[in-house]
Structure formats: C-alpha cells, structure tokens
Design a protein. Sequence first.
Length: 628
Amino acid sequence: MRFLLLHADFIEYQPISKEIQTAEDIPSKSSKKIDEVIVALVAVEKDDDESLIDEVGDELKAYGQMIKCDNLLIYPYAHLSSDLADPSIAQSLLNSIEEKSRNLFQTVNRAPFGWTKSFNIKIKGHPLAEQSKTIKKKSEDPSKLKSESTGESIALKSEQVLKSTWYVQTVEGNLVPMDEYTFEKNSSFSKLADYELSKKRTVVEVPPHVKLMKRLAIADYEPSSDGGNMRYYPKGRLMKSLIETYVSSMVHEYGGIEVETPVMYDSNHPSIHSYFNRFPARQYSIKSDNKQLFLRFAACFGQFLMAKDFQLSYKQLPLKLYELTRYSFRREKSGELVGLRRLRAFSMPDCHAFCKDIEQAKEEFVKRFELSLRVIEGLGISPNDDVDMVIRFTSDFYDQNKEFIKTFAARLKKPIIVEMWKEKFFYFIVKWEFNFVDSLGKAAALSTDQIDVENGERYKIEFVDSDGEKKYPIILHNSPSGAVERVIFALLEKADKNGTAGKTPALPLWLSHTQVRIIPVASKHTEFGEKIVDELNKNNIRADIDDRELSVGKKIREAESEWIHYILVIGDKEVDGSELVVRERLSKSQYGIALDNLMKKIKQEISDKPYLPLNLPVYLSKRPLIMV
C-alpha cells in the first residue's frame, strides 16, 4: 500500500463521473471543501490485506502528531502504483482504514472510490508537508520476491528497503554525516539531499518545462500510446538529433566503438535473467512464439552478449563499446511520469568499458568523469551552477580507496552527497551521477558511471591476461550526458529559472531550430530577404523568413516568443545599404552589421557543435500550425 501524505491549508474536490462500473454510490456530486487537513492519497496494491490496517493507522496517527493536525481526508489515488489491487478489495481496505482512523483523529473524511474527481489543494510550505510511505506485509522477504508478477526486478523491490548511511563530502574530502551538515537554504544541493532521503518521486504539480516544451512546439504527450512515450515535433526532433550527434562525436573522440543491438531479449536467457534481478528497473514484457521477451532498459544486454563472442587480450583493454539506444524502455510508475524528466521510452547514450583490473577501471573511471564534465558543459549545462553530484559506494570500497573518492569533490570544487552501503547490494561497488534539480525540488540524473564487478563473469566475457590466464573484465557503465530527453528537460528548466531570476530565457544557439529569423517589412522586400536566407543556410546557419501577411510588430513578437536569437527586419534601408539591422535577443540590443560579419559572429559561437539543416519549410507561410 502506498501513501502520499500532504499537510494542506485546504482541499476542495468534486466528483465528476464514475471511472469504473463498481464505483460506490454517492448522495450528490456537489463539491466539498476541508480546511487544515492531512490529505492521504492512497493506492491499494496487489497482496495488500487487512493485516496492514493497524500499521497504516499507526503511520497516519504518527504523521498527524508530528505536524499537529487532527483532521484526515482519505483520498483514493490509483496513480501512485502500477500494481493495483482488485477494485472490490481496494474499496474494502479503504473502508477499513477509514473505520480505524475514526478512533485516531478528531475528524475523518473519505473521498468517493471509483470516481473521476477534480480537486484544488494548497499544500503548506514546511519541510514535513509532503511525505511518502510504502507499507508491505511483514511476511514478505525482499530477497525472495518474484519479478514475474509485476515486471519488477528483485533489486528494485529490495532497493525500497535498502539501508544506507548518508554523508556530505566536502571539497577537502571530509565525510560529514548528513544531519550534521549545514546546507545553504533553498539551494539545489539541499533540495537534492531532501529528494534522496525522502524518496518522494510522485509528481503532484506540473513543472515549468512541460508548458515550455508545448509552447515551443518541441514535444508533447502522446495520448494514444502508453504513458511516458512522447511525440516530438519537428523542432524537438532536430534538437534531439543535434544532441545525439554531439554526444556521439564526443564518445568517438574518447575512443568509443559504436555498435547496435536489439531492443528486446529473452527473459529466460540465463545471463540476462540473473542480471535483470540485479538491476533496479521495471520492464515491459512481450510474448512472441514460445519466448517471453522484454524490452531492454539499457544497452548492457546486447553489448555484454556481443563482448562475450570477442577474442580479447589484455593489450586491447580497456575496450569501449558504445550505443545510443533509441529507445530504452523502463515501465516507471504512472504517478512519477512527468514531461521529459521521467519517461518510459528514452534515448540513452550508453558506453561500456571493459577493463583488465580494478586499477585500470579506476583510471578509466576518472577519464570518463572528465568526459562527462565536458559533454554536459558543451550541452549548455554548467557543472558548477546547474548540477549537483551524488556518489554511492560500499564501505569496503571506500576504506580501500579513500584518496580516489576524494578526487571527485576536489575536481568539482563543490561538496557532493554520499550514500554508503555496508555491503555490496547491486552489481556495482561505486556509482556517481550528476543531478539536475527542477523548480519543484525533483531531481533527475544526467551523466553517470558505475564500476561493475559481476557481469564480466555473469556473461562469461573473457580476456587473456599477460600471464596467459583467462580472466573476467571489470566493466564500467557510463552515459556522459544521461538520457537525451532529460538534457532537454534540464535546458528548459534552466531557461525557466533564468526567466524567473530576471534573465532572458533561451536555449543554446546551436540547439535552436531557427537561429536567424528574416522579417520583410513589405512584400517588395521578400526577394532581398530570400537572398539573405539562402546565404545563411549555405553557411550552415539555420535561417527562415516570415513571409506571412502580418504586421512587423506581430512577427517580431512571435520571433521573440520562439526564443530566436537573431532577428533581421528588412526594409528599404537594408535593401539599399551595406549593413543589416540586427535585433539580438539575449543582449537585448540592436545594431548594424554586415552580413559577412554577422555570419562570422554566429559561426564563432557554434563552431565546435554539429550542424543540421532546418527541419521545417524555410517560409513560415508553408508551415503547419501545431496546436499545443
């Protein structure tokens, strides 16, 4: 059973229509408002039964005492889980929770079960106002849970009860217990710490990037698909392609060897089945002929099976295999899906390095850390200002590698969050990630790397060492950028933060669909504007022309709303003169400049980034109107 507990100034809700045939009968559909209340959003899951009711009551009462609130609303909320109980069981248990709670709270209400409801809620601003809880039957042993019934790996289920010790590592390399560290108030670092400790992944508010991705016609939800599978409009497809090309070129420069592997695998393959239950992810399952297949959630399976068939010598290590998976699939919980931050289908640059021993793995780990820093900075995300780092390791690894661990905070010149395990719980012994925290305090991992000490042997990947003996490699799992979609999420959220701070929100010039917009004052100026557009596009600068029958002012406003960096208004003066008048959006300036000099200026800014042509007609009058 899963809960999201919210301490609210008020909630107002109204039943709209029956969502299931067995929805309970209610006297009226009138709205109801409750002030100063604990709102318990509840999802009843398979295997939940009456044995949980006392513990549920204790948790609710403890929360009420902690925040000093004696009013409770029990609100059925199926979106917290993808593994729901039968409706009749769920309703019965919710009734039991209500009955139990009446002995624990002064006032108890319950929203109707099985109804679609509209609601408006104002959550208080204190640190305890949002709490998530998961309550399971005591008889369950996490190490023996089966993955087949839910599509969840044993590692994922066990991760929910994993005990960790949390620290902050200072720039000097000292480990400070998390509860003794003084965080800067409202900083992204403090929000990341809260996110990691609270495990609150469910989204109850739409983050800014969702509105921006729609307004800028980058992406949108696809209602006819499964949740977390998005549609990408021409501008979004171009943006994704440019990011993919850039990241791949950086990995090639590092020495990555690009391969391609299938998107689905046999669940009963012995190596894959074993690895699946060591990887914390949820899967999509497919039946084909006599096989039970699943959609990959990483490039590991195909690359490891490929490496198994290689004849390898220690002289060829580290071997670096790379694939940009379009797509990887993870069946994330519906309540956690939001915009581009958390998806069920995503594009992941995935580079594995096969190393001869732990020392070579550590050396490569540092190189890939530096690669990741260069990549995200090149994408427009500052390692210093926009992301915070989490590193996770076993206590044994830390005891043997303290100086190695210290290098990361020192290199970043900022503190990092540390999660330490007493024992090795997954297949890796150390893992780091860069996290971007959005305006709602939700974190998303971007760049990451791991040192994997199990899968070389699990997949029987062998190399001949200098002593002539066959050995298993240590494997590193690196994504230097993280999912491509999350990069766009981070860039949009960063732009929104800049706008909130009084700066001009924008995307990097090299990722902007239109880099220069030409606006003729009248139809007689269009021919001259076309020549400028042609010259810019021939020089790998994306330019278009607004030839629609609109006022110049409206065209300029629309160009501004599309975040176009350079706007050229073409009138008699420009046709007859040697200079163009440029409106530069970021600097909020207007100046005269020759076309050649403008092209030099733009190309200097985007010189080290990939180029792709416009993904829409040059003439705005020829473009479809995307309704978002």
